[in-house]
Write a protein that binds this ligand. Structure first.
Ligand SMILES: Cc1cc2nc3c(=O)[nH]c(=O)nc-3n(C[C@H](O)[C@H](O)[C@H](O)COP(=O)(O)O)c2cc1C
Length: 299
């Protein structure tokens, strides 16, 4: 059953939770700002992402509080000093970063409260978080207030002026290695996710080739009860249907030949076993072989 919700019909706090649990995982901007008097402030924000490189654009939102429609220190500081260091949050620092989200009164230094080391920036006044593996010094180009109502967003549009990276998290190409940077993301409720270890998997980029598309797959494959949407996605990313030669070659593969010989007199069983084997091969990354296998005796 699908539950339909008109966002105007439910309380704001519930709507907020619904969004947080549905739009996840979200990266976390650990935003360091400063007020005109020079008081530092540090707080995490998961309404955050990167949007472009020309100019580099990061956007995060220190929203208006739903309960009393007050604004947050980060937003107030940015209105006074339009500069921010966005530090990334990894697994080693996530509990401290969460502690820094405590609603301490204005002027309280969350670097001290949450036990972080402040480092001076090179191009702006707010401090960097030494413990964060990547720190972006940014100037604020614009702030878009979506309304003046409680719970509304304040989109802080930032341009990166300088990036500081701890080289221990880099791979051989000088790019962040997920296993080393160990980022975390924010989910709904109290949940976070680890963006490393078993959580990682790869999906081949379709831009490198012009896949034939799922609608071009023969019906026996497209409507198979054994193959999943992900399996079809991988097959549809192939550039061509397997040739007669590919199909002939795969039918000589020892495992396939054995299957064909064994089930020569049982075509309905064969029709089940072929997609089972093909699915296994797809999972092992042998998509082209699987595609050819699926075409044996097919259309
Ligand atoms: C992981 C995490 C993500 C958060 N994301 C947001 C967010 O995107 N927007 C927001 O307004 N508050 C967010 N919060 C809550 C703020 O961090 C919290 O209100 C904080 O006290 C604001 O600090 P400030 O008043 O010093 O700016 C988040 C808290 C945590 C722990």
């Amino acid at each position: 059953m699908i539950v339909k919700i008109n966002p105007n019909d439910i309380p704001g706090a519930r709507l907020h939770k619904l969004l947080l649990g549905s739009i996840a995982p979200r990266p976390i901007a650990f935003a360091s700002t400063i007020d005109l008097a020079g008081n530092p402030n540090l707080a995490p924000f998961s309404f955050f992402n990167a949007f472009g490189i020309n100019p580099t654009t990061l956007i995060f939102s220190p929203s208006r509080r739903g309960r009393d429609n007050t604004t947050k220190d980060t937003y107030n500081n940015i209105k006074e000093v339009p500069e921010v260091v966005i530090n990334v949050v990894n697994f080693e620092m996530v509990h401290q970063a969460s502690l820094a989200s405590t609603e301490y009164p204005k002027g309280v230094n969350e670097f001290t409260k949450a036990g972080f080391t402040s480092l001076p920036s090179e191009t702006i006044r707010p401090f960097r978080v030494k413990e964060s593996p990547v720190q972006f010094e940014c100037r604020v180009r614009d702030v878009i207030e979506t309304s003046n109502l409680g719970g509304s967003a304040n989109l802080v549009i930032c341009e990166i002026l300088m990036i500081h990276i701890n080289d221990e998290i880099l791979d051989d190409n000088g790019l962040p290695d997920p296993a080393k940077i160990k980022l975390v993301g924010r989910h709904g409720g109290d949940f976070y996710v680890k963006a490393f270890g078993d959580a990682l998997f790869t999906v081949e980029k379709p831009v490198a080739r012009l896949g034939i598309g799922i609608e071009q797959l023969p019906d026996s494959i497209k409507y198979s009860k054994i193959l999943t949407g992900n399996d079809l996605g991988k097959l549809g990313n192939s550039e061509n249907l397997p040739s007669a030669k590919d199909i002939e070659n795969i039918s000589r593969h020892p495992v396939v030949k054995n299957l064909l010989d064994q089930l020569e007199d049982n075509p309905s069983r064969l029709q089940q076993e072929i997609p089972i084997l093909a699915k296994k091969w797809i999972e092992e990354g042998r998509v082209q072989d699987a595609f050819s296998l699926l075409m044996i005796g097919g259309e």
